[in-house]
Design a binder for this molecule. Structure first.
Ligand SMILES: C[S@@+](CC[C@H](N)C(=O)[O-])C[C@H]1O[C@@H](n2cnc3c(N)ncnc32)[C@H](O)[C@@H]1O
Length: 346
């Protein structure tokens, strides 16, 4: 079946010239059996054209395919292209568990844009090699004020985070408490001190929201990401999804809390000290999705680091098409890798 996805024109403002290339790569890795994904112009409007058999299969397969297409970060509408050149609209139910404003209300310096966060989560989940269920949890070990975490909730996944700036966790806590109350969603949410063996380990934001047919949880520790395994103990995650600090200076400070105790300009040291920890925190078959500034670290060096941590980097075809310019000091790329499934007989 030949399909045309209409992409949100807002994407052009976010990614300038790269919008369609990114949307095509996202669709190619996420939509089941998508082939020949390429931009297509019809009467002056650009669509993403692709072939798939997934909508002709049994009902559960079709529903899942439409859910994945409807979750694309740029999705606006879907059409079947008929042989006579006409377009037939295909109804796609809204797959999100929350309204957009959960993501769009918070506005702050250093926020990862909502559309890109959704893309990063989508492609990381597409790489996960284990079944996802209502217990599945996404960890963002550099979570800031929680864009990845609320995006995970929107997609029906539990969320976990670590963030070194205590203030960011306080702001996440304040926002979510107000949001859930204003939306009249049944919930529990609290920022509590963490003590273990008589020692203070900072604080943890804990929230549970009770939706019509399920609960979703969120837990965020204040602390250094290199201590994430200590903070989370035996917990393992289905996906680790994170937008690393760019090594960019805001005012007098850089956004990297680095290895030297001072603020490093480059995120390379931080990633070097963290990737092994994050890989350890993944379940077998889980996936890591990482966005970073290539001005501070080459892709080849990062691929080597991630490989040394025992993960298999997806480094071919559309997986290599996510690099894009953010501004003069940030050239952003995305790397996705999988923790191999251990053979129970091996
Ligand atoms: C690019 S920002 C992520 C923003 C986040 N996605 C959001 O939208 O709010 C990177 C985050 O990493 C945090 N960070 C930097 N060094 C860290 C460290 N050593 N441990 C934990 N977090 C750290 C920064 O404070 C910043 O919030």
């Amino acid at each position: 079946m030949r399909l045309l996805m209409l992409a949100n024109p807002g994407a052009n403002r976010v990614y300038a010239a790269h919008a369609m290339t990114l949307a095509a790569a996202e669709l190619a890795v996420c939509a089941p059996g998508a082939r020949e994904v390429a931009p297509r112009s019809l009467a002056g409007v650009t669509y993403l054209g692709f072939e798939t058999d997934a909508l002709e299969g049994p009902a559960p397969e079709r529903t899942e395919a439409l859910r994945l297409i409807g979750r694309q970060s740029t999705f606006l509408a879907l059409f079947e292209e008929l042989p006579d050149g006409l377009l037939r609209p295909i109804e796609v139910a809204d797959p999100d568990l929350f309204e957009d404003d959960l993501l769009t209300i918070p506005k702050y310096q250093g926020k990862t844009n909502e559309q890109f966060t959704r893309l990063l989560l989508n492609i990381t989940l597409a790489a996960v090699r284990r079944p996802l269920d209502e217990h599945s949890t996404v960890l963002d070990p550099l979570c800031g004020r929680g864009t990845t975490l609320t995006t995970a909730w929107t997609a029906g996944l539990n969320a976990a985070g670590v963030e070194v700036e205590e203030k960011a966790v306080e702001q996440l806590s304040a926002f979510l408490k107000t949001y859930l109350r204003r939306k009249r969603l049944k919930h529990k949410a609290d920022l509590v001190p963490v003590r273990r063996e008589g020692k203070s380990l900072g604080r943890k934001f804990e929230a549970t929201v009770h939706l019509a047919d399920r609960d979703l949880t969120m837990g965020v520790f204040t602390g250094d990401t290199r201590a994430s395994a200590k903070l989370w103990g035996k917990r393992r995650f289905d996906a680790v999804v994170t937008d690393a600090p760019y090594g960019v200076v805001h005012g007098s400070r850089s956004d990297v809390v680095g290895t030297t105790g001072k603020r490093d300009r480059s995120p390379a040291g931080l990633l070097k000290g963290s990737i092994g920890v994050w890989a350890h925190q993944l379940k077998d078959g889980g996936a890591l999705g990482l966005a970073w500034n290539t001005h501070g670290l080459d892709r080849a060096d990062l691929v080597a680091m991630v490989g040394d941590a025992g993960l298999v980097v997806l480094d071919e075809g559309p997986w290599r098409d996510f690099e894009h310019r953010v501004d003069a000091s940030i050239q952003r790329d995305v790397l996705v890798a999988v923790k191999p499934l251990t053979d129970p007989l091996g």
